[in-house]
Design a protein around this ligand. Structure first.
Ligand SMILES: Cc1cc2nc3c(=O)[nH]c(=O)nc-3n(C[C@H](O)[C@H](O)[C@H](O)COP(=O)(O)OP(=O)(O)OC[C@H]3O[C@@H](n4cnc5c(N)ncnc54)[C@H](O)[C@@H]3O)c2cc1C
Length: 396
């Protein structure tokens, strides 16, 4: 049995951020940390790859420059039941390929002293001797703490933390080469969201993102939906979204996204969850920025536990629930209930009515100028008092 200080299961953005933060704050602990990954980087991940400014800020904090190829987005278009909204802002989003992005993060963590064990599928996790025993296909590990960064179907969640979480959403997507006659969004650096299917019961939206695959401009086309939704409906929505860019359905990929809701369990003695394993944005299914933020908090909680000897991780659960991350996730949950609920037409109409509110809402969502950390009074002040709110560019 290999004894470690920390075992992290999964090397997506959540696991990599935890490792990177440990490496930055305590290199000795990082040197006794193992990341177990069932795949091998660069590995595919079903994801549109939209990296919002909040995620770029967190990457900068972790000392990682976005050096992988990406498409830049400076405009947005949202089709709403009853109208269309266009926004423009310097650097709304970067669209990466997850196989390249995740490899960059995992390899950077490895270069900073964390052991990355690939092709190691974690099969069993159980509490043992005041810590956790982790069994993979090849070996057995023991550590006083395990971090579940193993995505929506987290084995760590199931074994140690329990089922209390938000609903599990579904998303389907495919990449199609861009024909400028069919869609000008790539050239215009524009992403598009279409919420019109909410009027017929979809609790989600269709999207089109510009992206670059092997040097060739593509559109990433997809559908996100909270339950209840079935595969037939998702497929029909995807076909419609593809028609919007002049493309036809080919092969597509689907994957679940575990969302966060009030009361979601994110920790248990000797175990922490980050990213999709913990629960991310229920409104849009955005999870990269949350995975990075959870990872930073988890690393800090581990170092605090080592200092105090309290491995309950109750304070991590409290920090998530009561801190800025939990507040933002709960507000996104409220927005999902309003926009995907019975009175959605009213909420969409209100959202379409004020360009100022749209800009502020976008700044909040994207974490620009810490708007996602400020309270409702600051937002009301910004809406009512001219000059209170001057959005700045998205990226650091
Ligand atoms: C179709 C789709 C589109 C999306 N688009 C966006 C978007 O544009 N922007 C955005 O921010 N978010 C998007 N998301 C959400 C985003 O992909 C996730 O929220 C994000 O990947 C979560 O990161 P993570 O590190 O928690 O988990 P993951 O990225 O899922 O990483 C988990 C890692 O754990 C490994 N693993 C799993 N089980 C085990 C095991 N038992 N043993 C060892 N290793 C294991 C996996 O191989 C994987 O490498 C999208 C999701 C989907 C499905």
């Amino acid at each position: 049995m290999e004894r470690c200080d920390v075992v992290i299961v999964g090397s997506g953005p959540g696991g990599a951020a935890t490792a990177l933060r440990l490496a930055a704050r305590d290199p000795a602990v990082a040197a006794r940390t193992v990341v177990l990954e069932k795949a091998h980087h660069p590995r595919d991940k079903t994801c549109a790859g939209g990296v919002i400014p909040k995620a770029l800020h967190l990457l900068a904090e972790l000392g990682v420059a976005l050096t992988t190829p990406h498409a830049r987005v400076d405009r947005g278009r949202a089709a709403l039941p009853g109208g269309q909204v266009d926004v423009a802002s310097d650097d709304l989003c970067r669209v990466v390929r997850r196989r390249e992005f995740d490899a960059l993060l995992a390899w950077t963590a490895r270069d900073r002293g964390v052991a990355l064990h690939e092709d190691e599928h974690v099969l069993h996790v159980a509490r043992e001797e005041g810590g956790v025993r982790i069994e993979t296909e090849r070996r057995c590990y023991w550590a006083p703490v395990v971090v579940g960064a193993d995505g929506s179907g987290s084995v760590v969640r199931r074994a140690l933390v329990g089922a209390r979480s938000g609903p599990v959403a579904r998303a389907v997507m495919c990449d199609v080469p861009v024909d400028p006659r069919g869609w000008d969004g790539y050239a215009e650096r524009r992403y598009e969201f279409d919420f019109t299917a909410c009027a017929t019961g979809l609790r989600g939206y269709r999207w089109v993102f510009p992206c670059m695959i092997d040097g060739v401009p593509h559109a990433n086309v997809g559908v996100y939906a909270l339950p209840p939704v079935d595969g037939t409906r998702l497929q029909a929505e995807l076909v419609q979204a593809l028609a919007g860019v002049g493309a036809e359905a080919r092969s597509w990929k689907a994957f679940p996204i575990r969302t966060y809701a009030t009361g979601t369990a994110v920790a248990a003695p000797h175990a922490l969850l980050v990213g999709d394993a913990a629960g991310v944005d229920p409104l849009m299914g955005e999870g990269i920025s949350f995975a990075l933020e959870y990872g930073v908090l988890a690393a800090d909680a581990i170092l605090a536990a080592r200092a105090t000897g309290d491995w309950s991780f109750r304070s991590y659960a409290r920090t998530v629930a009561r801190g800025p991350i939990g507040r933002k996730l709960r507000r996104l949950g409220l927005a999902a209930r309003l926009f995907y609920g019975r009175h959605q037409r009213l909420w969409f109409r209100l959202a379409a009515a004020s360009p100022r509110a749209q800009t502020l809402g976008l700044a909040w969502y994207n974490g620009i100028d810490d708007w996602d950390r400020r309270g409702p009074l600051a937002a009301i002040g910004a809406l009512l008092v001219p000059g209170r709110f001057r959005p700045t560019a998205g990226a650091p």
